[in-house]
Design a protein around this ligand. Structure first.
Ligand code: CO
Length: 176
């Protein structure tokens, strides 16, 4: 089921999400709904708080290079990484990447991140898994893990860029 996206400056986006304790049917429904919502909104990642659920759950799905009108073909569910209760074990180096966010629609800006990270997390069955990456996935994981701590990528901008963003955003909200 597609759910509504919580959009900045909604205060819920500042909430620190709680650890998942029960790896049950409710969690699986949440993960399935997050996939439906992410694909419907053309996102590559989504944290649970972005649909208003304050749990340490995130998903990432990079689109495949396939021509199709059906987003589910470009981002098959099997390709979705489901990450629950992630913890960073190692982080090193630095890189810059242009990021966007479904909760800040239509805005993109360069953000500094660690180049390489290693994390431990649990899958939908509660099994512990360790992964490391030094490419797109590393960036996406850092962006989504920030959501679990109530942080948005716009908080990492320089003061000048942030002021410019806030000005543009206010204008946009007024137009609606
Ligand atoms: Co985001």
């Amino acid at each position: 089921m597609i759910r509504d996206i919580v959009v900045y400056p909604d205060k819920r986006l500042k909430e620190v999400s709680k650890s998942v304790e029960n790896f049950d049917k409710d969690l699986h429904t949440l993960l399935d709904d997050m996939y439906d919502t992410m694909v419907a909104k053309n996102g590559v990642g989504l944290a649970a708080i972005q649909i208003g659920v304050p749990l340490r759950v995130l998903i990432i799905n990079r689109p495949l290079d396939i021509e199709s009108d059906d987003p589910r073909v470009q981002q098959p569910k099997e390709n979705t990484l489901e990450v629950i209760n992630p913890v960073i074990l190692e982080a090193e180096g630095s890189t810059k990447f242009q990021e966007g966010c479904l909760s800040v629609p239509g805005y993109y800006e360069d953000v500094n991140r660690f180049k390489k990270i290693k994390i431990e997390y649990q899958n939908r069955d509660g099994e512990k898994i360790i992964i490391e990456d030094d490419d797109f996935l590393a960036i996406a994981l850092q962006h989504e893990m920030d959501h679990l701590n109530g942080k948005l990528f716009i908080e990492k901008l320089s003061i000048i860029k942030r002021k410019k963003f806030e000005k543009e955003w206010k204008k946009r909200l007024k137009k609606k």
